[in-house]
Design a protein around this ligand. Sequence first.
Ligand code: GRF
Length: 208
Amino acid sequence: MWAGKPLDFVILASGTGSNARALLQRTQAKPELLRCVGLVTDRADVPALSVAASFGVEGRVISAKEPAALLEFLRQKQPRWACLAGYKRLVPKEFLDFFHDEAKGFARVMNVHPSLLPAYPGLNGYSRAFADGVKVSGVTLHLVDSGLDTGHVILQQAFARDEADNEESFTAKGRAIELELFPRALELAAQDRIQVREEKGARWVSLE
Ligand code: GRF
């Protein structure tokens, strides 16, 4: 159930920041629901930092080799959720521990991934799927655990490969979906609708 105050979240990003921008635009559209308390990047030269600045959000460069500095930032900002928006690093264990929700049984961390997981975990999901000639690919929003893109799926959306597609147009379809799906998943988190269910050995995210 929605707590009646905005959900504080941080963004981790290593790239162009288009997903970060989509999330920040949603905070502007729904300030009663979402509030971004900071953006962390592992590199000083990424556009994601200026995206954060353009929304008046503090951006911080923290090397992946400095988990203690990352933890210190989290302690200062006290976010409830973290959004990995093109963060090209595995997050340290301490990070997952910070967001671990004992009652729910998962860490309140979500990631956007450019494939229909569990197909194509890891980097370059669109180009690998295109090179393999798949007829359908897609985007996954998933919970983050200690594995590589192994956390439970929150939302997925597929797109078709058309005869006329090249790698660029194929990728563009996925990227457009990402920008819609990620803010939607974050809203579900803000409404406290993300639960993990378990039955007969199966575990999945139920959106209640
Ligand atoms: C996206 O394609 C996302 O799926 C992947 O990294 C890319 C990030 O792009 N995890 P951007 O920095 O949000 O533009």
